[in-house]
Design a protein around this ligand. Structure first.
Ligand SMILES: NC(=O)c1ccc[n+]([C@@H]2O[C@H](COP(=O)([O-])OP(=O)(O)OC[C@H]3O[C@@H](n4cnc5c(N)ncnc54)[C@H](OP(=O)(O)O)[C@@H]3O)[C@@H](O)[C@H]2O)c1
Length: 397
């Protein structure tokens, strides 16, 4: 029997227990026993029932319990999670987490600490929820040099953009719908500003390239400035907008960016709709590999956590940190492309914009939308920092 300490019993925590209850005929799952569960509120009504004596408010009861072999952290609390995971790894317990904010913030330290203590630190569910991308990536980097990684990594943003594209909703209406359906948090900032995508790209890129690519090394633009007009104007040109994270290795360096991209409407990523996620990786031998599936949800995410748990029990992954001794230069200043830009109250800013406009797409008293020539993004942003209200979308041809 393998004893598990579960930190958190919300959407993901309950998904884990529900699958364990349901699939207890599976041989490996049969050996897993949830000994204690950390929560904030003992009396809260929960969808999945467990006996009351399993619940605790005291994390030490779990972390210091010598009979507990594996800690599963699904609280969403970065500071508490970090403290407890560190302690657990030092106590030679395996750790599985779904907490992308935590993994992104402390990747180097925690992967190193796990390696030093010869235990697992696994975090499959932290990137693209139910999509088994990290384990597949770990397999691919044993053989391949990965030159490119790109994906739709945030289900909330993809849902909002899908509703705007398919139903003509404005941004705020689509966001409200996402909140009503439980996709978006009450405070959706980290989703719509691209921060959640950036964290996932940081984890994926660091693993794929074997070099530290930290949050501050990635340019980040969200979807919160986009309007129904942007979607409509690009749709008329057979393009759809998606929030994408993308890292490419370029001789001795890398470029990494999260941004809205206008894609041809018949391309692979254009067809990823609603709250689904998709990731593609390009290896020198593997070629282009695509991964697609549910980016969140009780069972898909619980399932991803449990595949990590099984790997801990079966000892079937490498315990070494995926970081290698690589140092790569940040080449974000070289990022260039064609961009769709819309400026509100544009007449105030018309002289500043003159050098950017290659092709006008729309113009009225209020709004000016245009497409630029192939230009360096840093140069465009330098001009736009003087402009009050604008939206920018990279155009992929
Ligand atoms: N939801 C998804 O589909 C999904 C997908 C991928 C990754 N994730 C990640 O998985 C993690 C968990 O997400 P979730 O959606 O399951 O969150 P959630 O529904 O908010 O659940 C959090 C759980 O942790 C407990 N908790 C939170 N802070 C605590 C604290 N300081 N002390 C003790 N207990 C605490 C809560 O206790 P109470 O129940 O008593 O309040 C609750 O049971 C997050 O890092 C999230 O980013 C989630």
């Amino acid at each position: 029997m393998v004893n598990i300490g579960l930190l958190g019993f919300g959407t993901v925590g309950q998904g884990i227990v529900d699958i364990l209850n349901d699939k207890s005929d599976k041989v490996l799952l049969k050996d897993l026993y949830i000994k204690k569960i950390l929560v904030r509120r003992l009396e809260k009504q929960r969808q999945v029932k467990v006996s009351k004596d399993k619940l605790t408010l005291n994390p030490q009861e779990i972390i210091e319990d010598k009979e507990i072999d594996i800690i599963v952290e699904v609280t969403g609390d970065v500071d508490l999670g970090y403290k407890l995971i560190k302690k657990a790894l030092k106590n030679k317990k395996h750790v599985v987490t779904a907490n992308k904010a935590l993994v992104s913030k402390h990747f180097e330290e925690l992967t190193q600490l796990a390696e030093e203590n010869h235990v697992y630190f696994l975090y499959e569910a932290s990137v693209a929820g139910g999509v088994p991308i990290l384990k597949s990536l770990k397999d691919q980097i044993k053989l391949n040099s990965i030159s490119k990684i790109k994906g739709i990594l945030n289900g909330t943003c993809n849902y909002i953009l899908t509703r705007m594209t398919e139903d003509g909703l404005d941004y705020s209406q689509a966001l409200k719908e996402a909140q009503d359906l439980g996709y978006a948090e009450a405070d959706p900032t980290s989703d719509v500003k691209g921060i959640d995508t950036l964290r996932k790209l940081r984890i994926l890129s660091t693993m794929a390239l074997g070099a530290s690519i930290r949050e501050e090394d990635i340019i980040c633009h969200g979807i919160d400035r986009l309007s129904a007009l942007d979607i409509k104007l690009l749709k008329e040109r057979n393009m759809v907008i998606k929030l994408m994270g993308e890292t490419v290795e370029v001789d001795g360096g890398y470029k990494a960016i999260v941004q809205p991209k206008a894609l041809r409407d018949d391309s692979y990523f254009a067809m990823i709709s609603d709250a689904y996620n998709a990731v593609s990786i390009e290896g020198n031998f593997s070629g282009l590999l695509n991964f697609y599936g549910p980016g969140a949800g009780m069972h898909p995410t619980g399932n991803a956590v449990l595949t990590d748990l099984i790997d801990c029990v079966a000892n079937s992954q490498d315990k070494r940190s995926p970081l290698r001794d690589r140092k790569l230069d940040n080449r974000n200043k070289d990022i260039q492309g064609r961009y769709y830009i819309r400026v509100s109250n544009w007449k105030e800013d018309r002289y500043k914009l003159e050098g950017l406009v290659d092709e006008k797409v729309f113009e009225n008293e209020e709004e000016l939308a245009f497409i630029t020539k192939e230009l360096k993004l840093s140069g465009i942003l330098n001009i736009l920092k003087e402009v009050k209200n604008y939206a920018i979308v990279n155009i992929e041809y």
